[in-house]
Write a protein that binds this ligand. Structure first.
Ligand SMILES: [Zn+2]
Length: 280
């Protein structure tokens, strides 16, 4: 009998066949449930092979089996795959999400009324662009005088007025405040950031399926880049993606430079990649 084959006449062979079958059923069931990812879990004992010990608690994708296959597929493997849904994945990256959300105001401002950004886009909160009056009217603006929720036509008045003003590279957001009547509460601004990041997260997972395995500082750098560039803008950074796949953080730092944002913001992201290079 060959080494890789199953000798069903022995107990060991039977157990082995059951383990493989269980692994395949687990995979089929999870995929049928729309679960794209799993966390590799070992038995945490001395018999776990080194190559699998390295995979413990790391995220994998059913569509992209690592060398030797998914848990239990390699000969004698006793590891298993814990399903990871989108909610669970989001939970796993919460440290980076919170860090980024706290940093964001430094780059995008934190403005509770509509204003024009340097490209004359109507903007509110932490850099939320409002392409038209409808998108503004969808937000829970309140009347500054009464604190009451504003009606859509009141929001449209603020939007049309700000939109008709002339943009300027030098004007601060506060310049526009006296022309507005409405504001957004901070809790709503923060919630909008989280909603925006939830959308970015889907795009990030398409480009970086193993995003949750990256060092937290690299996660924060990617959050900043996708927030600033959009999903297509980030996807254009192919050399960056290659460097990240290679785990070459110094190269990733070099490849992260963006045209547009302040040099200070580029430096911030550069340093985040270099932070990962400093880790063991
Ligand atoms: Zn194993």
């Amino acid at each position: 009998m060959e080494r890789e084959g199953f000798d069903l006449t022995s107990d060991e062979g039977e157990q082995r066949a059951i383990a493989v079958l269980f692994g395949l059923l687990n995979q089929a069931q999870q995929k049928a449930m729309g679960i794209e990812f799993y966390v590799w879990i070992t038995q945490h004992d001395g018999r776990v092979r080194d190559s699998h010990a390295e995979r413990d608690d790391k995220i994998f994708r059913w569509d992209n089996p690592p060398e030797g296959g998914h848990p239990s597929q390699d000969y004698g493997c006793r590891c298993y795959a814990r399903p990871l849904g989108v909610e669970g994945y989001w939970e796993r990256v919460s440290e980076g999400v919170e860090t980024f959300a706290a940093d964001l105001g430094r780059w995008e401002g934190n403005v509770d009324h509509m204003y024009l950004d340097t490209d004359s886009n109507v903007t509110v909160g932490k850099g939320k662009l409002l392409p038209d009056a409808e998108s503004a009217a969808a937000l829970p603006f309140r009347d500054r005088a009464t604190n009451e929720l504003a009606f859509a036509d009141e929001i449209t008045i603020d939007f049309d007025l700000i939109s008709a003003m002339e943009g300027s590279q030098s004007r601060r957001a506060s310049y526009y405040e006296p022309f507005t009547h409405l504001y957004l509460p901070q809790s709503d601004i923060d919630r909008m950031v989280t909603e925006h990041m939830r959308k970015d997260f889907k795009a990030l997972l398409r480009q970086y399926p193993e995003f949750g395995n990256l060092p937290v500082s690299v996660q924060v750098a990617l959050w900043d880049m996708i927030y600033n560039l959009g999903a297509d803008g980030l996807a254009a950074f192919r050399l960056l993606r290659q460097a990240i796949e290679d785990g070459d953080w110094a190269e990733a730092a070099r490849q992260s430079h963006r045209i547009g944002p302040a040099e200070e913001r580029n430096q911030f992201v550069f340093d985040l990649f270099m932070d990962a290079a400093g880790e063991p």
